[in-house]
Design a binder for this molecule. Structure first.
Ligand SMILES: [Cu+2]
Length: 142
């Protein structure tokens, strides 16, 4: 009889322990998840505000008698993008760069990098060209 009782105890005790453990886990889970997401949110907020400035892609574009090199640039959607134009020759009519869709037109002084921030928040192809529209290039954001 004693042996049977002991076995009965074990049979009853184990599910109860399991249930208690489950309840304890269930109670702890929302609390820890809540604080974890609050912490993650705080952490995400801080770096998100600063790194994009240094993390953004800078693509160098050479400007000379052949126009823009590369003339076709691919960029990642949603990532900060800067095109750095450097005119390396006087033997070119591309002494300006013009982004008609953006309404941006800049002079390109010889051997002086000119940075243009290109919005990459939507998937599209942005054209750029020299001041007179003879040399053309494009930025594909995808
Ligand atoms: Cu030109």
């Amino acid at each position: 009889m004693l042996l049977i009782d002991f076995r009965m105890m074990k049979i009853i005790t184990l599910p109860v322990l399991a249930l208690v453990a489950t309840l304890a886990a269930a109670c702890n889970a929302p609390a820890s998840a809540g604080s974890a997401s609050a912490t993650a949110g705080g952490q995400a907020g801080t770096p998100a505000a600063t790194p994009p400035m240094s993390e953004g892609a800078v693509i160098e574009v050479k400007v000379d008698g052949n126009g823009f090199t590369p003339s076709s640039v691919h960029a990642q959607l949603g990532k900060k993008l800067t095109l750095r134009f450097t005119r390396t020759s006087d033997e070119t009519c591309a002494k300006q760069v013009d982004f008609p869709e953006l309404g941006i037109k800049r002079d390109l002084p010889l051997n002086q990098p000119v940075d243009i921030d290109v919005p990459a928040s939507s998937a599209r192809t942005l054209g750029f060209q020299c001041g007179m529209g003879m040399f053309k290039g494009s930025v594909v954001i995808h």
